[in-house]
Every structure is written in structure tokens, then in C-alpha cells.
Design a protein. Structure first.
Length: 418
């Protein structure tokens, strides 16, 4: 017959641990309290908590009470040996054979501690075992149902603390990663602006003199051909510098009420000849009920031109670009999709395409999409991409309806105007 538990003492310990779990972000603090209180409540020799290291898949010592440094210094142990199927299937495993049981990895040290019995409890989050509690006793004994329930309840609280700590750690890591990325982008922007300004002046001189020389050059011959190459490559450098300055500037949008369909139409008209020369057909499905949105017209035109140019360059030979717009009332935004039948983007590159200076094109600067991404973000919108190699790519832009524009639109509709 097992020993009856002191219900009041159990309640006080459980409340103390539960309060700490909810108030503390430090799993170490919670687990140290757990091993101390379990040892005290069950009159045990000591207790340890080991947590699985996600990188090494070993059980690292996380907290301990009542056990010697000689025993604890044995370091991490394999989770495969420690967490057996028996532990996974049962809430509590009692170990009485200190010499032969495969779960005892250091039997000599266990005997030197005077341990004659152990209790193992898995720490689980959902169906996943994240660690284990091991309670050590100097005498064999029988446990009551109340004692086992107590240990299980405490192990569940301990699992919650570990889960909470890992979640906070993940969020903190994501924050630092984002902050580091933003800092690098800011430094990159300042460096790009500095380089662009330094290159711009000598480049202007090269263009000026080469343009004057070509007027005097013979119509045929290597001299004129060489000057043509100099002018062409200088103009390409000038375009790269403009993109660098645009990326570095990160100009705040000058918003005014505008119809996004009209901006799309203008971008398509600008590139109409390019599409015709490359035998690319355009399919439009623009919503006839698109409300007015607060936009920087010039910046949004730049975004659409960048995306259309990307689609055009992705198509080898004859192909099609589809441009759609519609209202998403559920998410209170306008959605614009630009899809092509081009080469598509490899899965490894999808996450990097909005990064500055990343390009899959031989002569690409990798700034067009980075600038477009920044413009959409400054409009409190979002831009997403989906693609399959050899199947084509689709960019989806979401632009929120601002209250001011929505109210104005509602008034227009009341008056019967578009």
C-alpha cells in the first residue's frame, strides 16, 4: 500500500509552480523549483530534469537537486537510450534494477550515490517528448495513486514552462534576425548611395565625351563600334546607379486618392511596344468596381513596370502575361495579380527574390524587386510570389482600403458617380 499524500501540501506546491510557470519567462527558474519541490514532497534522494537538445538530439542536464557533482558531471546522454517506447506509452516508469536496466547509463555512479530506485516521467508537448524527469530514491517503496498523480501534474506544468520558453526564444531569435537584417539593409543603402554618387560624376563625363565623339566618327569602322559599346554600357551603368539611389532613398509615398486600374493601364501602355516586339500577349481582367485608394501614383507605376518587365524577361519566345485586379472585401484590400508563362523561379530562390542585389538574370541588378517590395510595404500593403519552374510566376499585391478613401467612395456611390 502506497503512502497517502498530504493534499494541502500538494495543492500549495502545485499552485506555487503553476504561478511561476505563468509569470516567469525563464524555464530554468521553473524547473529548478520543480526538482526541489518534488524531492521535498516525496522524501527522495534527489531529482534531475534533462531536456532534449534540438541540435544534438541528446538529453542535456537542465536542473537538479540533491545529487552529487560526480554523478551530474557525466554530461549529456543519448535521448534514444533514455526515452524508450515504455516511457512514451506510460506516464510513469519505475526502475528498480540499477545494474542491468538499459535506462541506467552510469550504474557505478548510481550505486555510489546510494540510489536503489528511480522514477522516470516524460516531459511532453503534444505527442512530442521534449525531456524527462528522473526522481531518485535511496530505498525501494510503493507509490500511491495520489503520489503518482501529483508527479504527473507537476511534469505537465514543467512541460508548459519549457514550451513557453522555447516559444519566447524563437520569437526573440526572429526579432534579432529581423533587426539584424534591417540594420544591414540600412548600412547597405547608405553605402550604395555613397558609391552611386561617386560613380555618377565620372560616368557623366564618359557619356558626354563619347556622345560628342560619335558624332564625328566615320559611319563605318571599329572606332564607331567601340564608341557605341562605350555609350551603351555607360547608359546601363547610369540605370544601375538610378536603381541604387532609388533603393537607398526609401522615399515616403506621397499618397493621393487614385484608381489602381488606371495606374495599371498606364504601365501597360508604356510597355506596349516592348510586348509587341517580343510577341507577348497581354490578358487583362480588371475589376469594374475598384474603389479609390490612397496611393503614390508614381511609385505604384514603378512597381507595376518592374513586375511587368520581370515577367517579360522571364518569357523566352512567345508567351502571355495576365494582369488581374479585384476587391477583397473580407480583408478590406485591393488585390492585383501579375502572372506570366515564363521560366519560373526555383524553390531555393523564392525566399531571396526580394533581397537587394539578388538576381537570377545575367545582367540583372537585383534592385527592381527590392525597391518594389519597399514601396508596397510603405503603402502598408503586401506582395507575395508563387512560382513553379517551367510553369511561370505570379506576383500578388495587396493594397489596403484606407478609411478616408472608403468613406469618399461610399459618398460617390450615393451620388451615383463612379
Amino acid at each position: 500500500m502506497g503512502t497517502s499524500i498530504d493534499v494541502k501540501a500538494f495543492y500549495n506546491i502545485f499552485r506555487e509552480i503553476s504561478t511561476l510557470v505563468h509569470s516567469s519567462t525563464d524555464a530554468k527558474e521553473v524547473t529548478e523549483l520543480v526538482v526541489w519541490k518534488i524531492t521535498e514532497m516525496l522524501d527522495a534522494k534527489g531529482a534531475i530534469i534533462r531536456v532534449i537538445n534540438l541540435e544534438t538530439n541528446q538529453l542535456d542536464l537542465f536542473a537538479s537537486c540533491g545529487l552529487s557533482e560526480n554523478y551530474l558531471s557525466k554530461g549529456p546522454i543519448s535521448s534514444n537510450k533514455f526515452i524508450t517506447e515504455t516511457v512514451r506509452k506510460h506516464r510513469v516508469v519505475i526502475i528498480e534494477d540499477m545494474l542491468s536496466d538499459p535506462r541506467i547509463q552510469y550504474p557505478r555512479e548510481v550505486l555510489e550515490e546510494g540510489i536503489k530506485m528511480m522514477l522516470d516521467l516524460p516531459l511532453t508537448i503534444g505527442e512530442t517528448v521534449v525531456g524527462i524527469i528522473r526522481i531518485c530514491f535511496t530505498e525501494k517503496r510503493v507509490f500511491s495513486e495520489e503520489e503518482l498523480d501529483f508527479i504527473i501534474a507537476i511534469s505537465q506544468q514543467c512541460s508548459c514552462a519549457i514550451d513557453k520558453a522555447r516559444l519566447i526564444e524563437d520569437q526573440r531569435a526572429q526579432y534579432y534576425k529581423l533587426a539584424s537584417k534591417m540594420e544591414k539593409l540600412s548600412a547597405l543603402g547608405r553605402m550604395a548611395a555613397g558609391i552611386a554618387h561617386e560613380i555618377n560624376n565620372p560616368l557623366a563625363g564618359i557619356l558626354l565625351y563619347s556622345s560628342n565623339l560619335i558624332k564625328k566618327a566615320p559611319e563605318e569602322g571599329p572606332f564607331k563600334e567601340g564608341l557605341d559599346i562605350i555609350i551603351h554600357e555607360s547608359l546601363r551603368c547610369r540605370n544601375i546607379i538610378r536603381e541604387l539611389l532609388e533603393f537607398a532613398r526609401d522615399k515616403e509615398p506621397e499618397k493621393a486618392p487614385a484608381n489602381v486600374n488606371e495606374i495599371i493601364e498606364k504601365a501597360l501602355n508604356i510597355l506596349e511596344n516592348e510586348f509587341r516586339l517580343k510577341r507577348i500577349s497581354i490578358e487583362k481582367e480588371l475589376s469594374g468596381e475598384m474603389p479609390v485608394i490612397l496611393l503614390d501614383v508614381n511609385q505604384m507605376e514603378q512597381v507595376f513596370i518592374n513586375l511587368l518587365l520581370n515577367s517579360m524577361e522571364a518569357i523566352q519566345g512567345q508567351g502571355k502575361i495576365t494582369v488581374k485586379s479585384h476587391t477583397d472585401l473580407e480583408n478590406n484590400c485591393a488585390k492585383i495579380k501579375i502572372a506570366d508563362t515564363g521560366a519560373g523561379i526555383h524553390n531555393d530562390d523564392i525566399e531571396k527574390i526580394f533581397e537587394p542585389f539578388f538576381s537570377t538574370k545575367p545582367k540583372g541588378t537585383g534592385l527592381g524587386l527590392a525597391v518594389s517590395y519597399g514601396i508596397i510595404q510603405n503603402h502598408q500593403g503586401d506582395i507575395k510570389v508563387s512560382s513553379k519552374p517551367s510553369k511561370g510566376t505570379c506576383f500578388t499585391i495587396e493594397l489596403p482600403f484606407q478609411e478616408e478613401a472608403s468613406s469618399s467612395e461610399r459618398e460617390d456611390r450615393k451620388d451615383g458617380t463612379e
